[in-house]
Design a protein around this ligand. Structure first.
Ligand SMILES: [Fe+2]
Length: 166
């Protein structure tokens, strides 16, 4: 029996190539890994707002942002497990989460409305990326279905946050 690879070893392999247990590479796997990186960074940004926002909207937004970051971490888990179902190892690289998403690191205290606007923009960018990937999945309806669900969730979040901002 071969020894189990460490997290460090798994983190250092490339997506869709050397880390595929079948040795293949696929644009869908690459897209899913990028979607995972973006979703994880978005969850972290939302959690940061949940923790550090202040002001008279705190009691309203704190629990809403809590539900949103929990949902995004669940989405990241779903995407990662889909990558595994496609017979490929998941790359866990915090620096990549940041660089693939372009999501800023915020320092408290925040201007809540400005940061919620920023959060909306990040969700919109994520939705665009997921929709583009969706179109590449006509031969993999299960992955496409998963992406449709993620887009629908993201659109609901955008609607809620935009309604708050009006
Ligand atoms: Fe919390």
């Amino acid at each position: 029996m071969s020894p189990r690879p460490s997290l460090r070893e798994l983190s250092s392999v490339s997506v869709g190539g050397a880390n595929s247990s079948s040795g293949g590479s696929s644009p869908i796997i690459t897209g899913l890994q990028k979607a995972l990186n973006f979703t994880y960074a978005l969850a972290s940004f939302t959690q940061n707002l949940h923790w550090n926002m202040v002001g008279d909207q705190f009691l309203l937004l704190h629990p809403i942002l809590g539900d949103q970051y929990s949902g995004l971490f669940d989405d990241a888990d779903t995407i990662a497990e889909r990558i595994r179902q496609l017979d490929t190892f998941v790359v866990v690289d915090l620096a990549k989460f940041q660089s693939d998403s372009g999501i800023a690191v915020l320092k408290a205290p925040f201007d809540t409305k400005t940061q919620i606007k920023q959060l909306v923009e990040y969700h919109q960018k994520n939705i665009e990326t997921l929709k583009a990937l969706e179109k590449q999945c006509s031969e993999d309806l299960e992955t496409q279905n998963l992406l449709v669900d993620l887009v629908t969730k993201g659109q609901k979040t955008v609607w809620m946050l935009k309604s708050y901002l009006r």
